[in-house]
Write a protein that binds this ligand. Structure first.
Ligand code: ACO
Length: 409
């Protein structure tokens, strides 16, 4: 019998590694377009200044009926369609956002309910404009560790709701939208190769949305930093300097971590904050600016949504091919920044076709989701009303037993 060499052979056979691949993608932006000229009608600015300093020409603004959750829901439906999976196949939903629907319940929980993703955990992640890369990293790590198989990662924002529309240095920059990807376990080598997540909380005074958090619970302290609660403020020039410093550094680090050279990167999908930041990063990294995906001219800065929206448009424009190395890089409030290298694997973008039967099953699940939630709420209300009637001992009425079972789920 051959003896095991303990130096070269492990005591137990090691399972082949699991990789986390992007298998679906989708985006949703409001129909309302706000141009630079529209903004110059209510603050002192002009199209020429905005285009020259930022590259932004227009942005999308959510209508009254739209919210962070509704945009996230639409983007998610499109991502599930491309991945051709059912909502019940999802193990996890993460929404990266700075403009959540509520403090809690999370926007992710609302999306989970509307999708009828009854087997998924759900939570929101707050890392400002770096949030999508943070969330994708969390999901990819969970997949590679084997604790989940399929995750839906969304970046969604309604920045228009937290802007001070009288502050010309911020209101010109932002827009609304959402982007989503489905990440799935696979034995095909590639997918998410490396990530670098960083934070510098000393920059907390440069970019923030002060709200009534635990620090402001005492009314006398509310807004004590001199900024309006619930409205964003930013020291633009300092954030600009920070961004131009960290973007190239973190791409460089993530590339090395993946065992690659910067010259191996086929496409950079950066957070869309300012075209000048992309030009600076391209110069420092010695990467052709044409390898930087940019749509900042049409959407402005959509914070955590900007990277998945840009990814969707890059796929649409056929700028991503099988085996390509893609670098994602986000930066923003916190301060935070994050880079990730993905080797594009399955599936070939142009080969995506959703099967008709699965599409119908998804539609049934979306339709029944509304009724399922309503009936649960209704049964809870009935339960409350009937609590008085609950016999102290003896047989529990059938309806109450059903509610009790649901609450235990
Ligand atoms: N129209 C006309 N003039 C303006 C405007 C405007 N909209 N905004 C500012 N100005 C003026 C200023 O008042 C200033 O005038 P002054 O010299 O008379 O005082 C002058 O323009 C220059 O102002 P700066 O702030 O120095 O302009 P800068 O070239 O830095 O551009 C900008 C400002 C576009 C905000 C830039 O600093 C920037 O893009 N910063 C980075 C933003 C970013 O990357 N954010 C990412 C994170 S967002 C997140 O995490 C949520």
């Amino acid at each position: 019998m051959a003896m095991r060499n303990p130096k070269t052979e492990p005591e137990y056979p090691i399972a082949s590694p699991t990789y986390a691949h992007v298998v679906g993608w989708g985006m949703a932006v409001p129909e309302n377009v706000m141009t630079n000229d529209d903004i110059s009608a209510f603050v002192e600015t002009n199209d020429e200044w905005i285009v020259a300093r930022t590259g932004i020409k227009e942005r999308r603004i959510a209508s009254e009926d739209e919210s962070t959750a509704t945009l996230a829901y639409k983007a998610a439906q499109r991502a599930l369609e491309i991945a051709d999976i059912l909502p019940i196949d999802l193990d996890l939903i993460v929404v990266a956002t700075s403009t959540p629907e509520n403090i809690f319940p999370s926007t992710a929980s609302l999306v989970q309910d509307w999708l009828n993703a009854s087997h998924a955990g759900a939570f929101d992640l707050s890392a400002a404009c770096s949030g999508f890369v943070y969330a994708l990293n969390m999901a990819a790590d969970s997949i590679r560790a084997g604790s989940i198989t399929t995750a839906l990662v969304i970046g969604s924002e309604t920045m228009s709701r937290i802007l001070d529309w009288q502050d010309r240095s911020t209101c010109i920059l932002f827009g609304d939208g959402a982007g989503a990807v489905v990440l799935q376990a696979s034995k095909v080598e590639g997918g998410v190769l490396s990530s670098v997540l960083r934070s510098d909380g000393a920059g907390c005074d440069l970019l923030a949305i002060p709200s009534v958090g635990s620090i402001d619970a005492d009314e006398s302290r509310a807004g004590s930093n001199g900024h309006q609660l619930f409205k964003m403020y930013m020291v633009g020039s300092e954030v600009f300097k920070f961004a131009t410093r960290v973007v190239n550094d973190s791409i460089d680090q993530a590339t090395k971590l993946a065992g690659l050279d910067v010259s191996d990167i086929d496409l950079v999908i950066p957070h869309q904050a300012n075209y000048r930041i992309l030009q600076s990063a391209a110069r420092k990294l010695k990467i052709d600016i044409n390898k930087f995906m940019s749509n900042v001219d049409r959407y402005g800065n959509t914070s955590a949504a900007s990277i998945p929206i840009a990814l969707c448009e890059a796929i649409e424009q056929k700028r991503i091919h099988d085996k390509d190395h893609i670098a994602l890089v986000g930066f923003g409030g916190g301060l935070t920044w994050a880079s990730m290298i993905i080797q594009w694997g399955i599936p070939e973008p142009s080969q995506q076709q959703s099967s008709l039967i699965n599409r119908q099953r998804r539609n049934i699940l979306y339709y029944t989701a509304k009724w399922r939630s309503r009936s649960r709420r209704w049964r809870r209300r009935v339960n409350k009303t009937m609590e008085y009637l609950r016999p102290k001992r003896g047989r529990v009425p059938r309806l109450l037993r059903k509610v009790d079972e649901d609450d235990r789920l």
